[in-house]
Design a binder for this molecule. Sequence first.
Ligand SMILES: Nc1nc2c(ncn2[C@@H]2O[C@H](COP(=O)(O)OP(=O)(O)O)[C@@H](O)[C@H]2O)c(=O)[nH]1
Ligand SMILES: [Mg+2]
Length: 381
Amino acid sequence: MTTASKIAKEIGNTVKKAASRNRGWFDPHMAAASRAIDERIPLVDLVVEIRDARVPLSSEYELLRNFPLSKRIVVMNKMDLANPFYIKGSMRYFQQQNCISYGVYSHNKDNVKGLLNFIQAQLRELKQANRQFSETVIVMLVGIPNVGKSALANSLHQIGRISAAEKGKLKHAMVSPQPGETKDISSMKIGSHPNIYLLDTPGILPPSIHDSELCSKLALTGAIRDSLVGQKELVQYFLAILNLSDQYKKWEKVLINRGKLSSAESKQEHSGCYKLKGRQRKQYLMDHTQDFIVHDVRQALFDVISCFDGNLECEDDMLKLIDAEFVALREAFRIPEERDGEHDHIVAVKLLNLYRTGRLGHYTLDPLPINLCNHLWDLHE
Ligand SMILES: Nc1nc2c(ncn2[C@@H]2O[C@H](COP(=O)(O)OP(=O)(O)O)[C@@H](O)[C@H]2O)c(=O)[nH]1
Ligand SMILES: [Mg+2]
């Protein structure tokens, strides 16, 4: 077991304890939504299970396990955040399980167009196999919270071939970085001839999760709300993953090329924005401030990891390295000295945000079966 897994197990145990005290994630909304989805599933023509590409196995919607494979497909969303090598592996894994799968990034128009064509092709196949197929087709999106169901529903609705009059009345499902924001099942049209309606549904998790590491993976990727875990603990888990990966080595070239920004240069970049006005300035501040903060964060992590001479397989050593990273990140995030006592929390919130928006690399948290890994390495070489 890696040190990252050990840390994940400990954090997962804390999540489970917190969940048992506070009614956890399976609140009355989720329980009611789960029943409503169960009732509708037999009536729909195709079920599209959305998973998070960073956790393609752990983000399974368990309640679908006994549902016929012929009437469902698995779509791995958030491909932009996952390790590309593992995406191929996951697709192959699903193929071996006779499960049809597709990978997508819901903010990319071409990607979503591809998914829409794929869904339509699946529906045509189902129609050929089943002569009773009606002219109005219902597709239901299901999945655990925060995998991007509503974001995908909106994109498919916008891109879907529907009449100009209908385009004028586009609906919009609420998309949020917090899990559990979609409370009801809603319907959107995504195609005409035949009419295709898409049902967006609330995210569902099982009432209890026994595997502690699984709990941590779901919390880090945002399916379980941060308040049940604590951002600092989540960041400790993320840093353990980063420290064991070779991601930071990939930053070396860029960091050397760009050189560490001196504080004078950094001030100059900041002052440049004062020449801009209103919205322009706000945009500049958002993009460029983030740019050099991301650079400094990578630099700080790179420096601390490169100087570390402990054993990353030893949990105590790993925790010492993580503590040193927290200290180095205070400066990178420009956290004022006077906010003593809050430093770790502020660092954690900011670092979690960078990880979840893909600015600290692409990680897949589920390992692939070993035979599949060997096969992919052979292809890779
Ligand atoms: N990076 C990335 N973020 C995504 C993608 N799809 C959705 N998101 C973000 O993930 C969060 C959850 O999305 P949402 O659609 O509300 O998830 P739902 O709970 O499954 O409906 C939001 O912050 C979205 O902007 C994607 O493909 N890539
Ligand atoms: Mg939603």
